[in-house]
Design a protein around this ligand. Structure first.
Ligand code: GLY
Length: 396
């Protein structure tokens, strides 16, 4: 009852914010409103998640929240988002909640059963170290890199995604580009050189094998891990093996932009620009620039959007714009700004106290698995907040 009253009073206090038209708001004001909203809304989210778990999603049809243990690939996004909120608002409650969630996440530094340690440990502890420079956080990131590197195969020069099974000899998904930043960071901070070499080798194998001639990417490549031969080119979360799964394209864009930042190797910059061109010129990119869940989804325009793909794309383009020439820079910034405005509008952003406490509506986890369809997701919120902060820090 006390929680309901709390939510109700917040609703009254902030009812004007969610109703605001975002289209013509100055970006500084829009960003300020989004962070104030996020600070309040994430108190609601925190209240829905037991202290030993992490949020996963919320089903509007049933009103049920779904949480996860810390071994789930998304476990770093909640503490990471709380840190972004703290960074902007300086709200001590957000920081306290972030630190409590980091404490339960720490044990995953020893998890060698996942390729997603970059998401899990860098979006969380990476931000914590960036903000506070606590050597304990750095030690956790260092250990995470050691764990992640055990999944590297020097024969094929890739980090294995899922474990081998009847279906897959050595699967590698495009998403794995997102786990390279953790490795490069550890080397750049004085750690073992091998981590960045692994990141570079994985990125090079991905450029060589994962892309089609139009610079869209396959989702899953199956490697012979000894020879590097590609055995299969498939999808798991996309509409078809030959389709362009929207979030996968966004992971690739973000991942190659980061690889360029970390190495200054022009091939990564060119790859990121070509991926951006594929997305932005695709005939199925909607006018509001929030992609359908797959660029080749059956039934377009009568199918689901993926707000997470839009948020990741916006955050990545804000960084890519820094490395682009004048004309490309303007295009990337215009797209990113539009996506931020659209995601901040009532069409995609939840109202206070609703949506299980998540910020954004309308993401898709895996449509082929009928899992997390048209729901909020932690990573949509995380990259939305990151895009807001990047815009503020770099372009205001
Ligand atoms: N890495 C899993 C996903 O993007 O759904």
């Amino acid at each position: 009852m006390r929680r309901l009253l709390f939510i109700f009073s917040l609703l009254l206090l902030h009812q004007g914010v969610a109703d605001a038209q975002t289209k013509d708001l100055p970006m500084a004001k829009l960003i300020d409103e989004q962070f104030k909203f996020a600070g309040q809304q994430y108190k609601v989210l925190a209240g829905n998640v037991p202290t030993d778990q992490m949020p996963k999603t919320f089903y509007p049809q049933t009103g049920k929240s779904e949480n996860s243990n810390t071994g789930w690939w998304c476990s770093g996004f909640f503490p990471g988002s709380l840190l972004y909120i703290y960074e902007y608002t300086k709200d001590a409650d957000a920081l306290k909640e972030a630190k409590a969630r980091l404490a339960i996440l720490e044990k995953e530094k020893l998890n060698k059963g996942t390729h997603d340690l970059g998401f899990m440990m860098y979006c969380s502890f990476g931000n914590a170290y960036r903000l506070f420079k606590d050597p304990a956080y750095k030690a956790i990131i260092d250990e995470s890199a050691a764990s992640l590197s055990t999944r590297y195969h020097p024969g094929a020069k890739v980090i294995q995604s899922w474990n081998s099974s009847k279906a897959w000899a050595g699967p590698v998904i495009i998403d794995n580009m997102m786990n390279l930043e953790l490795l490069g960071w550890v080397t750049d901070q004085g750690g073992d050189k091998k981590y960045k070499e692994i990141a570079v080798n994985h990125a090079n194998s991905t450029i060589k094998n994962h892309f089609r001639s139009d610079f869209s990417s396959y989702h899953v490549l199956d490697y012979d891990m000894k020879t590097g031969d590609v055995l299969q080119k498939k999808t798991a979360q996309g509409a078809a093996d030959s389709s362009a799964w929207a979030r996968g394209q966004a992971w690739g864009l973000y991942g190659f932009t980061v690889m360029y930042r970390m190495t200054k190797d022009k091939q990564y910059l060119e790859q990121a620009k070509k991926i951006a061109a594929f997305m932005l010129n695709d005939k199925n990119m909607p006018a509001d620039l929030i992609p359908y869940w797959d660029y080749d989804a059956p039934g377009i325009p009568d199918t689901y959007r993926d707000a997470s793909a839009g948020a990741i794309m916006a955050s990545a383009l804000l960084e890519l714009a820094q490395y682009a020439d004048k004309k490309e820079r303007r295009r990337y910034l215009d797209v990113a700004e539009k996506v931020i405005r659209v995601l901040s509008s009532d069409a995609y952003r939840a109202k206070l106290g609703e949506n299980g406490g998540f910020l954004l509506l309308h993401s898709v986890g895996s449509l082929p698995h009928k899992s997390e369809v048209d729901v909020p997701l932690t990573y949509a919120d995380y990259y939305f907040l990151e895009a807001l902060l990047r815009y503020k820090n770099w372009y205001l």
